[in-house]
Write a protein that binds this ligand. Structure first.
Ligand SMILES: Nc1ncnc2c1ncn2[C@@H]1O[C@H](COP(=O)(O)OP(=O)(O)OP(=O)(O)O)[C@@H](O)[C@H]1O
Ligand SMILES: [Mg+2]
Length: 368
């Protein structure tokens, strides 16, 4: 039976006082007895705090009242400023998360989105930006599902049974959520996970809970948003997107297309939405280039006031060769074409610059 620490202290002091009055124990031993009972009190207090902490770890601490009061729609514009070329997808995701927040309750996740699309179109990036907007203070749980190709990798996800190697570390999915239940979970390259690993998400997406195998603790996902990304089914989805304007019908057909790619239907049914994130147009690539140039220069404490269209066209021209990689190579290309001018700007101590293209040399130059 667990006793409250104060109660323990009272009992100990009561016994000590009783012994003193009845047997008249030599008064010198009193301080010793007092110190011992005080130490006992602090040990018990520490146990009490640890127990409380364990209960909090178990996720019982999700404050659903606070979650229901959250206004997430305001972040829509900020997300669209950062993720270019996918405004309808962003609107959908933001709208659904807002709805999920409004009815947040134990037993249901805030949202679960399957994002198929070619490489380098911003699928993982969108999930990361949503995480920044929704839970600024907690890192998203980013799991590369290509590392979960075997059936036994389930244990990496939800922790190995007690006694097995690594059981004290817990699961790669469960442990961060136990520590802080306010998380965005990103399941990258979801199609590559073994079916047994995919099955784990049946319960998680359905009831928003599971048990961590290693600790036996219950993990609550009621404050989580899930994003699963994949590269398969793009051609079929493109056709569906072109020929099906009705969103509900489109989601139904998208589910069928993804089922043909090997996903199980019960799993597909658990995703709130399937949202294609297709190739970016050249104008959208230019917008991404603009963002990446500004981000790159900011690392050196320099604000880019203006980037000439010629610089952007040059970035797109160089990216064409790598267009099958979406904008994956763009950051590298931007670094390549602007690094000499960064050196120049730092030499002259500039903190604000305008970027132009030198028509003769084809190099980016800084005008101050
Ligand atoms: N639409 C976009 N808007 C802004 N930046 C983008 C966009 N798409 C990609 N980027 C940039 O490119 C980087 C790589 O994109 P991301 O990792 O999201 O690609 P992905 O679609 O997940 O590709 P993969 O299928 O290969 O995982 C991002 O970190 C981001 O800087
Ligand atoms: Mg990705």
């Amino acid at each position: 039976m667990k006793m409250h620490p104060l109660f323990t202290l009272m009992v100990v002091l009561g016994i000590v006082t009783g012994m003193y009055s009845v047997y008249n124990i030599f008064p010198v031993s009193m301080p010793l007895i007092f110190v011992a009972s005080l130490a006992g009190f602090f040990i018990r207090l520490n146990q009490f705090i640890q127990e409380k902490k364990k209960q909090t770890d178990a996720g019982a601490a999700i404050d659903f009242t606070k979650l229901r009061a959250r206004q997430f729609s305001f972040f829509g514009d900020w997300i669209k400023e950062n993720v270019r070329g996918h405004d309808p997808v962003t609107d959908h995701v933001v709208g659904h998360i807002q709805q999920g927040l409004a009815v947040a309750a134990p037993g249901q996740v805030l949202g679960a989105f399957l994002l198929p699309g070619p490489t380098g179109t911003g699928k993982t990036f969108l999930a990361e930006i949503v995480a920044k907007a929704l839970y600024k203070e907690s890192e998203p749980v980013l799991l590369s599902m290509s590392q979960y190709k075997a059936a036994q990798d389930v244990f990496t996800l939800i922790g190995p049974p007690p006694g097995y190697q690594g059981y004290e570390i817990g699961g790669a999915l469960t442990r961060p959520v136990l520590e802080n239940p306010y998380r965005v979970v990103i399941l990258d390259e979801f199609e590559k996970a073994h079916q047994d690993v995919q099955h784990c998400f049946y319960d998680i997406l359905d009831n928003a809970q599971c048990y961590e195998k290693s600790s036996g603790k219950k993990v609550y996902f009621g404050a989580c948003v899930f994003f699963a990304t994949c590269n398969c089914g793009v051609d079929a989805l493109r056709k569906i997107w072109q020929g099906t304007p009705d969103p509900a019908l489109r989601t139904g057909r998208a589910r069928e297309a993804m089922a043909r790619e090997g996903f199980e239907r019960p799993l597909l049914a658990r995703f709130t939405d399937i949202l294609l994130m297709d190739q970016l147009s050249p104008v959208e690539i230019a917008e991404v280039a603009c963002l990446q140039i500004a981000k790159h220069w900011r690392q050196y404490g320099i604000e880019v006031e203006y980037t000439s269209p010629e610089v952007l066209v040059e970035a797109i021209r160089r990216n064409i060769e790598f267009q099958d990689y979406g904008v994956r190579q763009l950051a590298g290309l931007i670094r390549e074409i602007t690094t000499p001018s960064i050196e120049e700007a730092r030499r002259t101590g500039s903190t604000r610059v305008r970027l132009e293209l030198d028509k003769n040399t084809g190099e980016v130059m800084v005008s101050l």
